[in-house]
Design a protein around this ligand. Structure first.
Ligand code: ADP
Ligand code: ADP
Ligand code: ZN
Length: 215
């Protein structure tokens, strides 16, 4: 079992690299952003509470997120391990994760931060889209499918863009990252578990750097 945290601001490549590591390590990606978007789409109470905060680029409450993740890691598909993408995002979330893992007798094997330039993140996020059928991620300039309009992985022809993936929200999300999430790099650095990877490199190159750390 291998349990990993991928850290980095919106657009750093956490989702892209999680998908690659899923295949390499036979573990599962747990994206709190994806989980929240599913809650919003389903119209659940949790989704209704989270929606406005997400639209504004802020962070939803620690309690809500911690409860959601705690339930999720108990499911069978996490038995081989998981990659946390987008969680923890605050120091209280990181502390709660530590307690939660200890209670479940689970280890944290790697905490890896993708380091990137903020300015490049606006272009990355505003150009990203995903396959509506299988969730594979693409980018208008940086990661186009081999055949335009057709998903490489599943052949799907419909794609969607995040409603919160616009310039205004990205600025707010980057601000939230620096104020609330960046301190957790220090938190894990002090425990001595943090590793950093150059997230500005080409996608395949970043994957190789990550493979070197986890394998
Ligand atoms: P990105 O990786 O592009 O920053 P995500 O898909 O991870 O975006 O998250 C989208 C939104 O969901 C965030 O802007 C925030 O409002 C909410 N969110 C996701 N994960 C968390 C979390 N761990 N704590 C609080 N809010 C979260
Ligand atoms: P995050 O999950 O951290 O918010 P994503 O994995 O969704 O980030 O990546 C944001 C966008 O940038 C996607 O469209 C993706 O295809 C693209 N991207 C990811 N990594 C790189 C990279 N190393 N170089 C260029 N573009 C990238
Ligand atoms: Zn697809």
């Amino acid at each position: 079992m291998t349990n990993i945290i991928l850290l980095g601001p919106p657009g750093a490549g956490k989702g892209t690299q999680s998908k690659k590591l899923e295949n390499i390590l036979n573990v599962i990606q747990l994206s709190t952003g994806d989980m929240l978007r599913a809650e919003v789409a389903s119209g659940s109470d949790l989704g209704n509470q989270a929606k406005d905060v997400m639209d504004a680029g802020g962070l939803v409450s620690d309690d809500m997120i911690i409860g959601m993740i705690s339930k999720r890691v108990d499911q069978d598909d996490c038995a081989q391990g998981f990659i946390l993408d987008g969680f923890p995002r605050t120091v209280p979330q990181a502390e709660a994760l530590g307690i939660m893992l200890a209670e479940k007798s689970l280890n944290l094997d790697h905490v890896i931060e993708l380091t990137v330039d903020d300015e490049a993140m606006v272009d990355r996020i505003c150009g990203r889209y995903t396959c509506a059928k299988c969730g594979s991620g693409y980018h208008d300039s940086f990661q186009k499918p081999a055949q335009e309009g057709v998903c490489d992985k599943c052949g799907g022809k419909e794609f969607s863009r995040g409603v919160d993936d616009n310039t205004d929200t990205v600025r707010a999300r980057l601000k939230a990252y620096h104020e609330q999430t960046a301190p957790i790099s220090t938190f894990y650095g002090e425990i001595g578990i943090l590793k950093q990877v150059d997230g500005m490199a080409e996608i395949e190159n970043v994957t190789r750097q990550l493979e070197n750390i986890v394998s």
